[in-house]
Design a protein around this ligand. Structure first.
Ligand code: NDP
Length: 294
């Protein structure tokens, strides 16, 4: 039976490292969070981001724009935050309301303040292996794998299922930077099961409930489940739902050596890595030495 990689605990550890780092800095990093519209899930995410930023000893500025805001409104707010020397990190909460161009809005963010790591400049630095701000969820995946297997992942065969800009591609590049041998699988991959079975570390970032079955997992592999899928749960009562990952947890746990759960796995790592990026951005921008342990 696999050991569960406790993302909640590991995220708490990362947040504690961030708080310790913040306490050593000569000033207080500031994260500006931009929320456009009233999407209830986004409101919850933003509340958590603001709360956890403050708990780590940083300042957070919360900017809200109405759902009817135009592209120009969003971009001029971002430009203002770029120019505000007090602001170290800018987080644009996604998704934006329909009709707005997300990629164009993201591109307005000063790469030095791109704590989500989603601008073309940040992606370019990741591909080139230059220091920079890395996307949060994939960074969380690497931290979880290291907590399971130790800091040296070199030579591990990693299979990432999914090639999105948000998760799959950057996850593959981050594991490559750890000297892993990386395969990216996607919807056109032939013999997906066979490819997954070769993985020492299997990262599922697909968005399909419990797609990865026990026979996809090599005995003793480490399984990182990024998926967040809401499914009906009639056993909990009429109309009830529950969250599951992209991995059939119970059966995969019989085969793997380490595995993350959903919820309680990758999810909590995303905000923790955002806080970490805010400290890193503040240090790069202000010429502060990056405290050890981050
Ligand atoms: P996308 O929909 O952007 O990408 C999904 C990827 O999965 C695509 O590359 C697609 O391939 C691939 N795919 C789809 N179906 C199959 C299949 N049958 N076999 C193999 N590959 C397939 O999703 P995201 O990357 O944004 O997110 C993935 C999951 O992670 C979602 O469940 C999302 O909710 C979750 N997530 C969780 C986060 C967290 O904090 N834990 C943060 C972000 C996302 P192709 O490119 O060929 O279409």
């Amino acid at each position: 039976m696999a050991e569960r990689i406790d993302g909640k605990q590991i995220a708490a550890d990362v947040r504690a490292d961030v708080a310790r780092a913040v306490a050593q800095l000569p000033g207080q990093p500031t994260l500006a969070v931009v929320l456009v519209g009233e999407d209830p899930a986004s409101q919850v995410y933003v509340r958590n981001k603001v709360k956890q930023t403050e708990e780590a000893g940083m300042r957070s500025l919360h900017h809200r724009l109405p759902a009817e805001a135009s592209q120009a409104d969003v971009e001029s707010l971002i430009t203002r935050l770029n120019e505000d020397d007090e602001v170290d990190g800018i987080l644009l909460q996604l998704p934006l309301p329909k009709g707005l161009d997300e990629q164009a809005a993201i591109e307005c963010i000063d790469p030095a303040k791109d704590v989500d790591g989603l601008t073309e400049a940040s992606a370019g630095r990741l591909v080139l292996g230059k220091p920079g701000l890395r996307p949060c969820t994939p960074t969380g995946c690497v931290i979880l794998a290291k907590r399971a297997l130790g800091d040296d992942l070199s030579g591990k065969n990693v299979v990432v299922i999914g090639r999105s800009i948000l998760v799959g591609k950057p996850a593959a590049l981050l594991f490559l930077a750890e000297n892993c041998t990386v395969t990216i699988a996607h919807s056109r991959t032939v013999d997906l099961v066979g490819i997954c079975r070769a993985a020492d570390i299997l990262v599922a970032a697909v968005g399909r409930s419990e797609m990865v079955k026990a026979e996809w997992v090599k005995p003793g592999a480490t399984v990182i489940d990024v998926g967040i899928n809401r499914i009906d749960a009639p056993e909990r009562g009429e109309g009830k739902t529950r969250l599951v990952g992209d991995v059939a947890f119970a059966e995969a746990a019989e085969v793997a050596s380490h595995i993350t759960s959903v919820p309680g796995g990758v999810g909590p790592m995303t905000i923790a890595c955002l806080l970490r990026n805010t400290v890193i951005a503040a240090c790069y921008r202000r010429g502060w030495e990056l405290p050890k342990g981050l």
